[in-house]
Design a protein around this ligand. Sequence first.
Ligand code: PMP
Length: 423
Amino acid sequence: DPACGAPLPVLGRDVTVPLVTGGEVTYAALDYAASAPALQRVWDDVAAYAPYYGSVHRGAGYLSQLSTDLFENSRKAVAEFLDCREGDQVVFTRSTTDSLNLLAQAVPAGCEVFVFETEHHASLLPWRDARVTYLNAPRTPDEAVATLERALADRDPYGPALVCVTGASNVTGELWPVRELAAAAHAHGARIVLDAAQLAPHHPVSVRDLDVDWVAFSGHKLYAPFGSGVLAGRADWLTEAEPYLAGGGASRKVARRADGGVDVEWHESAARHEAGSPNVIGVYSIASACKALTEAGFDSLVAREQHLIRKVREGLAAVPEVKVLSLFGDDAPRVGVISFVVEGWNSSHFAAALSAEYGIGVRDGLFCAHPLVRTLLGSDPQQQGECGAPEAAPGEKSLNAIRVSFGAGTPDEHVERFVAAVT
Ligand code: PMP
């Protein structure tokens, strides 16, 4: 397919690993959904900056100023990448998990939160201090919207409410109807945050077009594995909230009071939630990845990924023992994240064999989305099965699954090797 273009250069593409059968082979990283390799371009940018590293927002020296400029320009680059609205804030965090915990801590008092049980634990769990309604797994995108509509119709229309939803599932790779869910949320006076951890590496995310209030993603899944993440969106709840972390950088003015206590004025900008010395390398690498993906063009990235998805799905469909996990059905649009079980195989053993015999790195387990995987496997919701835990006994239903995932750096040979190994 000429629209596909070549894979983008990534680190680790020449790494060789030993095989139990003897010899060695180049490593096929097919676990992008957990962490994607760094783009070569990101690594080059980081390496070029590293000698000039200095503290951000603190020093008067040249390198400190340079680092501060890079840090603040990275914020602008991310806002551009996400097509943010005027007045939106871009807060730098450690990861998607961190971003969603920050937002959970910033929701107004009495906020109701609505979240599908199918979410990754990072979006399912941070809301425990709020009044949470867990929504049942829908079997179509339309059902997802209808389920949310029904739940919102029953809520207190005057109180604050937040919907949290994934853009692309880390288990099935399926795309969720984000725009429609955002419209439903807003029609009922609720806000919405998009967990774009798996969406942003594969598709352009426009805060404005999708009309979501916030978006969260992680650098390490977006080819920038240097320890940073992003929460971007509406400033109001963030500015009204207590700082996520208390400390230097978040505080504008601190003074002793006459009664001996301490008065603090917190920043109203994103810095309010970024106390402490920021991870300027991580932040700079995210901005670099945003630019690199935009320059490569999502049209060709998507075309290439769809071509790889077709290869994998056709390969898996040819094996009668393989069952691909899906919530929305075979024709649902999806990213390069595919989970499956193989009848007669323990998923952990299967994944270990792919590694030992073929040099292929995939993941097995419940992928930090226990309720979803249990629903997809049809297992008892109370059944144990943990990430990487022992499997079901022979003849019993699988408790774990195998996940293969790929992206902008994946050459055809990696998915061809995977298909050959499975078949
Ligand atoms: N949401 C989704 C959909 C994810 O796939 C992940 C990571 N597997 C997360 C959130 C959490 O991301 P992180 O571990 O980078 O915080």
